[in-house]
Design a protein around this ligand. Structure first.
Ligand code: ADP
Ligand code: MG
Length: 484
């Protein structure tokens, strides 16, 4: 990198094209220290320096969705960081460059900038104590990625307290709530946290089914003494879904004794259930009353805001961006279980990954509908009947809506990158799917020459061959227009 003086006091900056990547890498590396981790991973993937015009550095990003947020929220901080690396830069401009994707050699891999993140993802499952581990905890469940809202705040707080001081804070901890509301997540998260703080602690997580099977097996093979020993030497015992011990008398007796031994020696016991202890009718009364000795917390269904936050967290974990109107739509319509919420999200992600279609309210709606076919959906808008698209104007309105632009922008003269791209896409769709002539398309879209329309179509066809993101985007658009 070197500078040529043009006028006194004014420098013309030159960065060689080969240096773009290393400059951007330094900038990103500094930015990652300043911006919230999850935001950084959301907005900065698939970005690169693509050009330098005098003192204006042009930074490309792959989608209009990222472009808007970068432009609105990150211009200043990015400029400050850029200036630390290349002091002469006066200005930065974001542009959409659909050809930027994870494998593009101009793009810096964010994961490489964050080794610890990578390690976490690759670590897989952890083994607790040899011989004593009955169930391996799933490291994806943590206290950090459990989204807290008014309806589960108390349960989360109790879980945090227990994981800091097992056996001391609340014993037993009894967590109850409906299906798919996060009980297993919370129990496993406590296990993971305790293990992380001290890997010498012996932890057992077992579903009550598993516990029952072990008791049955021990009775069958006359090894009940051994089983008792195993369970009684742990520091933390978690039994998930205790309601399934109903009517299993022998197992309840075993559990009762284990409970007493652990409790007396101040070992932590955590239990989950689909209902509070007093409603566990088929459990022995002496067991029920013990569950009430410690702390009882219920997990309720999260409110709308918490549901949206859960969806956002899951998207960030999967490093996938789904437009916020789609997330709100899912959150407004899935109102019974977080598991269902996640189920719809996973289907939307599959649509994106397998069929190359960007999730939109319209294409996600049937997934939601399938869950509860009888309930009317909220927020699908006016368009349950298919609209008919037949003119260039119709196409332009659709494309503009998809890219959050105005139809006038596309019809007009602006050469801004995102507008030009939307204009070219409109021309391409008119030609390829509506068989209009270049001549006609050119005339209709801002009175342009037929060659302009022709070049636009050729350009989009070329881009589609190498740019999967653009392809997904246009597929979603065509899908919404009812064309494919
Ligand atoms: P339960 O055991 O109560 O039936 P789970 O713990 O299996 O429910 O939760 C179902 C899914 O929902 C899991 O993938 C879990 O990660 C997710 N989930 C539930 N509540 C939350 C939350 N508050 N924050 C993040 N994820 C949650
Ligand atoms: Mg569960």
């Amino acid at each position: 990198m070197y500078r040529l003086p043009i006028l006194p006091g004014y420098f013309f900056i030159v960065i060689n094209k080969e240096d773009y990547k290393s400059v951007w890498q330094s900038v990103l590396s500094n930015l990652s220290q300043r911006i919230k981790h999850s935001d950084f991973l959301t907005w900065f993937p698939q970005s690169a320096i693509i050009d330098l015009k005098e003192a204006n550095l042009i930074i490309g990003t792959s989608t209009s969705f990222r472009y808007e947020t970068l432009q609105r929220q990150y211009r200043e901080v990015v400029l400050v960081e850029v200036q630390k690396v290349v002091p002469g830069i006066k200005e930065i401009t974001f542009e959409i460059d659909g050809s930027l994707h994870e494998k593009d050699e101009r793009v810096v891999s964010l994961k490489k900038l964050m080794p610890e993140e990578k390690k976490k993802q690759e670590s897989g499952e952890i083994e607790l104590i040899e011989g004593i581990t009955t169930k391996i905890l799933n490291p994806k469940y943590t206290l950090d990625n459990f989204v807290v809202g008014p309806d589960n705040q108390l349960a989360h707080a109790a879980a945090v307290a227990v994981s800091r001081k097992p056996g001391e804070a609340y014993n037993p901890l009894f967590v109850y709530g409906g299906v798919g509301l996060g009980k297993t997540h919370l129990l496993q998260a406590v296990g993971n946290e305790i293990h992380k703080r001290s890997n010498r602690r012996k932890i057992i997580y077992a579903t009550s089914e598993r516990f029952t099977n072990e008791v049955i097996e021990a009775i069958r093979s006359r090894k009940t003494e051994k089983l008792r020993e195993k369970y009684r030497q742990v520091d933390v015992l978690m039994i998930d879904d205790i309601q399934f011990l109903a009517n299993k008398e022998q197992t309840q007796v075993e559990f009762f004794h284990t409970f007493n031994t652990l409790y007396e020696s101040k070992k932590q016991i955590i239990i989950s259930s689909d209902r509070p202890p007093k409603d566990l009718d088929s459990l022995e009364p002496r067991l029920r009353s013990r569950f009430e000795w410690g702390m009882m917390v219920d997990i309720g269904f999260p409110d709308f805001e918490t549901r949206v936050a859960i969806l956002q967290t899951k998207c960030q974990e999967k490093e996938i961006i789904i437009a916020s109107d789609v997330l709100s739509f899912i959150a407004s319509n899935v109102t019974e279980s977080v598991r269902e919420l996640e189920g719809v999200l996973n289907q939307a992600i599959a649509l994106y990954e397998l069929k190359h279609i960007t999730p939109t309210v319209k294409n996600v709606a049937p997934m939601v509908k399938k869950l509860h076919p009888k309930t009317a959906l909220v927020g699908t808008g006016e368009d349950s009947g298919k609209k008919v698209i037949s003119t260039v104007d119709d196409i332009v309105v659709e494309v503009a809506g998809h890219y959050k632009l105005l139809p006038e922008d596309i019809m007009g003269e602006s050469r801004r990158a995102d507008i030009s791209l939307a204009r070219q896409i409109s021309m391409y769709i008119a030609k390829r799917y509506f068989k209009m002539t270049h001549q006609f398309i050119g005339e209709q879209i801002g009175k342009r020459q037929h060659t302009t329309a022709m070049h636009a179509c050729e350009k989009i066809e070329r881009e589609l061959e190498k740019d999967r993101q653009l392809k997904r985007d246009i597929n979603a658009l065509l899908h919404d227009m009812g064309v494919i």
